[in-house]
Design a protein around this ligand. Structure first.
Ligand SMILES: [Ca+2]
Ligand SMILES: [Ca+2]
Length: 201
């Protein structure tokens, strides 16, 4: 009994812990100029989504990183797709293990949070989202949680946060960082210190 309990506790998704992997863009390399894309450990980036070094010309400064505890790198939606004009986004799938009964009883609260910023006064909205799904399948999503869009912050980061009760049937979460439109050719939706936590209520 004790051994079995320990084993199942180890495989269960923990409460009150950040479930996002590489949440601060610190794993892997930054873009050499803020424009070129890079591979981002633990994330699936699309279009121009990339990682930028604090202090890169025309991007948030090292002092701004120090103010928010942002480390040396952050995420940016990046260069807009030249054909469609679409901004980049990045996703990771999170599986919730061993919590089905609590979820289906309406007793699990999800909270997403992070720091977001954009360039100058440009309308380059940044949104953090979580799509609740029954399976690891883009077609299996049935509910969504999104932070309020933020733009025009003059490269100053703002903390955003949003939460809800996880709907019954949630087994996976498709977590995403998205630039929702842009001025100029670059989608200046910046993200850092991203978090997704579950807690029992
Ligand atoms: Ca960072
Ligand atoms: Ca822009």
């Amino acid at each position: 009994m004790i051994a079995g309990g320990t084993a199942s506790a180890a495989t269960r998704t923990p409460w009150n812990r950040n479930l996002v992997k590489n949440p601060g863009a610190e794993a892997g390399y930054a873009s050499p100029d803020g424009y070129a894309t890079v591979s981002i450990p633990k994330w699936s980036p699309y279009y121009g989504f990339t990682v930028v070094r604090y202090g890169e010309l025309d991007f948030p400064t090292v002092a701004e990183s120090q103010r928010i505890g942002g480390g040396s790198q952050f995420f940016a939606a990046g260069v807009a797709d030249p054909d469609t004009g679409d901004c980049g986004f990045s996703q990771q799938w999170i599986q919730i293990k061993g919590r089905n009964a609590a979820i289906d009883a309406g007793r699990v609260r999800i909270t997403v949070s992070g720091y977001v910023a954009s360039y100058g006064v440009q309308v380059d909205p940044a949104i953090i989202s979580a799509v609740m799904a029954t399976a690891k399948d883009p077609m299996a999503g049935f509910a969504a949680l999104e932070t309020d869009p933020v733009w025009g912050t003059n490269s100053i980061f703002r903390k955003v946060q949003k939460s809800m009760i996880l709907p019954a049937g949630t087994r996976w979460i498709k977590f995403g960082l998205t630039g929702y439109g842009h001025e100029g050719g670059y989608c200046d939706a910046y993200f850092d210190k991203i978090s997704l936590k579950l807690r029992l209520v």
